[in-house]
Design a protein around this ligand. Sequence first.
Ligand code: HEC
Length: 180
Amino acid sequence: MVRKSDIPAPTSRAAGIDICRRRGGRFVNCGRRATDSGVATCPGNRAKGDLVLRSIFAGLFLAAIATAPAVAQDPAAGEKAFVVCRACHQIGPSAKNLVGPELNGVVGRKAGTVPGYTYSQANLHSGLTWDETTLETYLPSPQTIVKGTKMIFPGVKDPQKVKDIIAFLKQFGPDGQKVQ
Ligand code: HEC
């Protein structure tokens, strides 16, 4: 972490001099004030110091962005995007099978395993386990991944929304309680 003390001190600091004189629009002879515990810098030099500080922080900020994952997951946004799924699916403590099976604990669940729900043969025998990777390919185009599925839904095309929906689904354990 960069502390202010790591930033090179402003120029022209001579011990014992505690005045700032202006010469030709620039501040000169800046020094440590005997009465001050801190370092007194000239307004002109301080601005320069701040500029250095600001550019260092800007650099750190850009580095942080560069190393962050390309798309972060946002469960709150996922809850909103899940609205399209609610036409057919329920999730949460009182979730029931509707047109589609309830989705509690679906992330990590084997396909076709919700008791009391009548799956298509395609889904039942897909051999898939719904983890983040399979859901990322399935949700944008269900019929491509499970040919013959009765999930008649064109899919969610926006990769960010897909990730957010998965983050939302992941929150629910098999009993419908939030696990995270
Ligand atoms: C038009 C109704 C409909 C919509 C909308 C819909 N689904 Fe489905 N979904 C189904 C049906 C029906 C099945 C059962 C598929 C089968 O048996 O072939 C299913 C199955 C699934 C499965 C597999 C479940 C399992 O136990 O194997 C997942 C996961 C799933 N849907 C997630 C979603 C998500 C997430 C959305 C929203 C982005 C969504 N679905 C939107 C109807 C729908």
